[in-house]
Design a protein around this ligand. Structure first.
Ligand SMILES: [Fe+2]
Ligand SMILES: [Fe+2]
Length: 214
């Protein structure tokens, strides 16, 4: 007989706190091998390395936000199946988070100092979307993944030509994000009304401008 899990608000909050601690202070572990490791490490000149590190810091922060969005949505999900789906999705995003962190270390750089702030903001946005119900939850996933896919495309075009390792990581991430969006669409995502997509794009532009430097 399968035990039915009843999670009270404290359990849900503790799940979120644990995810926040691992994401922000721990060393998240990827389930899949880092795709960058298949490429040779090339020594980039200092301006190129700084630029590559800036872009990978943005992508790392994007993955911190993805963790927080999914966990925030899961924290308020009423249906246990939706909750499990969201937590499984957060697990897949952990690969991206770990790969970006690895690449930042290889580039002698570090994650954004403002990640705790981005995590908190994204968790609140995720929880607010989650409270509107499953259609909104999924619609939010589709819009987030669509925007992330577009900025990965932009980063692939502007990475230093010699940085094959970062390029390999971003290429696999882009394929994964497209799949995440497709799954959410098939699961019954609703189309988010204006001005939500535009607000999300503006927030993401601000995050990118800040995380490139800090
Ligand atoms: Fe991701
Ligand atoms: Fe994703």
């Amino acid at each position: 007989m399968t035990a039915i899990r009843h999670l009270d608000p404290l359990d849900r909050l503790l799940d979120s706190a644990q995810n926040a601690l691992v994401t922000l202070l721990g060393r998240p572990r990827a389930a899949r091998c880092n795709p960058g490791l298949a490429e040779p490490e090339v020594v980039l000149d200092p301006p190129e390395r700084r630029h590559a590190a800036g872009l990978m810091r943005i992508n790392h922060t994007g993955e911190v936000c993805a963790q927080a969005l999914y966990v925030g949505q899961a924290a308020v999900a009423r249906d246990p199946a939706t909750r499990d789906h969201l937590l499984a999705a957060a697990q897949e995003e952990t690969d991206h988070l770990a790969w970006c962190a690895d690449r930042l270390r290889e580039l002698d750089s570090r994650p954004s100092l403002l990640n705790p702030l981005w995590y908190a903001g994204s968790w609140l946005i995720g929880a607010a979307a989650g409270l509107r119900g499953d259609g909104w939850n999924l619609g939010f996933v589709v819009e987030t993944e669509r925007q992330v896919e577009a900025h990965l495309e932009e980063h692939l075009a502007t990475l230093p030509a010699a940085d094959a390792r970062s390029r390999a990581i971003l290429t696999v991430m882009k394929q994964d994000e497209a799949r995440h969006a497709e799954h959410a669409r098939k699961a019954g995502a609703r189309r988010l009304p204006p001005p939500i997509p535009a607000l999300m794009a503006a927030t993401s532009r601000l995050m990118k401008a800040v995380a490139y430097r800090i």
